[in-house]
Design a protein around this ligand. Structure first.
Ligand SMILES: [Zn+2]
Length: 344
């Protein structure tokens, strides 16, 4: 089959690899019908060292079940399923707590030999991991349903961990697809004021459509001052940080209101960060966030897409066939595209 492998920074190729097979009785194999490139795929695109064997890429997918292991009970051949970016058994102590990305049998498709930017995918713990989409669902909804693999529900996770609720003032740092998803999620959860920090007008316009009440293009000290001015000098109850670089974290503690919460879903590209008096301690601020527990939110989100309550698929502004995925990486890296849908 054809699959996307990365061999070094900037070197993405579609090559022939062996088809995945059922390895465990709990596995399923799907034919991938929709995949995409994630903002986090751009991290190795920038800094992957020489990898002669190639790194399999992709962790977001919708597909049709082609084979199931003997122990798979909830899926049937022919089902169309959504696959979260992490697999999980659905039964361990962390899964029962909803922290599915810490599943004792879990893992991330990114690091797996079977990844989603390919024609087929092996899904470990298929019962715990994949969720079937109701038969007969309109094909036009598939891009929005695909965002439930990662990007929309990652924004939603940020908002949930941050405690976004009716009446709260929320600031979102980052106008990438996750940041815009966080805006949409904050709106769903009833936030009163949603300040989006981003400087790309086409993106912040979509942010306004998703529910942002204010847009702040400034960064650094100026950005902090602007958010404080918009909040009567108080800051935001909840800051959703969807970037992952140190300046975004510094911005977050600059604009969080005393007693407020910073919720991070941008994968931190730093190991050490300030927590002292001038950052978190002095404000009694809470720092939370982590890998999104997408699987825990998936069943509730599917009907919201189907009934039109949310339309997160608007983050896709381009579509390319799998064979042209290298161009998708280039378009997203150069910010010519917000998020590219891939059709294997
Ligand atoms: Zn588990």
């Amino acid at each position: 089959m054809r699959a996307t492998l990365m061999y070094a920074a900037g070197d993405v190729r579609v090559v022939d690899v062996p088809e995945p097979i059922i390895e465990e009785a709990t596995d399923a194999i799907i034919r991938v019908t929709y995949a995409c490139v994630c903002g986090s795929d751009l991290h190795p695109y920038h800094d992957l060292g020489d990898t002669p064997e190639g790194r399999h890429m992709g962790h977001e997918a919708i597909g049709v079940v082609e084979q199931i292991g003997d122990a798979v009970a909830t899926l049937a051949i022919g089902d169309t399923v959504i696959v979260p970016f992490a697999w999980s058994d659905g039964t361990c102590t962390y899964c029962r707590d909803g922290i599915t990305t810490s599943c004792v049998h879990g893992g991330f498709f990114d690091a797996a030999p079977s990844a989603t930017q390919a024609e087929k995918l092996r899904i470990p713990y298929a019962d715990g991991t994949a969720v079937a989409i109701p038969a007969g669902t309109d094909e036009a909804l598939m891009p929005s349903l695909l965002t439930l693999s990662d990007v929309y529900l990652t924004g939603y996770h940020a908002a949930i961990r941050g405690g976004v609720e009716a009446g709260k003032t929320v600031a979102v740092i980052g106008d990438g697809a996750v940041g815009l998803s966080a805006v949409l999620a904050a709106k769903q959860l009833g936030a009163e004021k949603i300040i989006l920090m981003g400087r790309h007008t086409a993106r912040t316009d979509l942010g306004r459509e998703f529910g942002a009440t204010d847009v702040v293009a400034e960064r650094g000290e100026e950005g902090v001052a602007k958010v404080l001015a918009l909040t009567g000098g108080e800051g935001a109850h909840v800051v959703l940080e969807a970037v992952g670089h140190m300046p975004a974290y510094e911005q977050a503690y600059g604009i969080v209101r005393p007693g407020g919460v910073i919720s991070r879903v941008g994968v931190p590209q730093y190991e050490n960060a300030a927590v002292g008096f001038m950052s978190l301690f002095g404000k009694n601020a809470t720092l939370t966030g982590g890998p999104a527990t997408v699987r825990a939110y998936l069943e509730a989100a599917i009907p919201q897409v189907i009934d039109g309550t949310i339309n997160p698929g608007k983050v896709f502004d381009r579509e390319l066939p799998l064979e042209e995925i290298a161009e998708a990486y280039r378009l997203m890296d150069s910010r010519e595209a917000l998020k590219v849908l891939i059709r294997p």
